[in-house]
Design a protein. Sequence first.
Length: 147
Amino acid sequence: MIIRTFVKDDIPEMIDLSRQLAKHVDDPEPNLTAEAIVELAFGNTRWFDALVAEERHGIIGFAAFTQNFEFHTNSRTLFVTDLVVSDQVRRAGVGQSLLEALHRIAIKRNCSAIKFEIWKCNAQAHVFYGKHGAECIQDVALMRIAL
């Protein structure tokens, strides 16, 4: 298995993995097209970066992420928007390899932390991230303004 930066040719497999994640957390089918993802990832405004885990037969996982900066704390964080591993290879170290690669990127970018959101009912994710030292931030409320 290799972990590498994703390229445009990886997008169809990443979309398939996104569908697996949506099903796993009981979300609706994501409305994704390869063309839209290419624009978001490689267009004039780059919305995210991603790493893929690849084996001979294809992409078996990916991690999409962005960066955040807070003036009032002078802190940089890497924000993981999705970390997905194919159902067929879960618990084989793919997620750990992706998380380790994200850790290296965060250090290289002088980040103070890696942050992410997980659904409260996603017990598998809580166990996975807990094994890697993640803790729930109790003093911050996640807020959202729908548009």
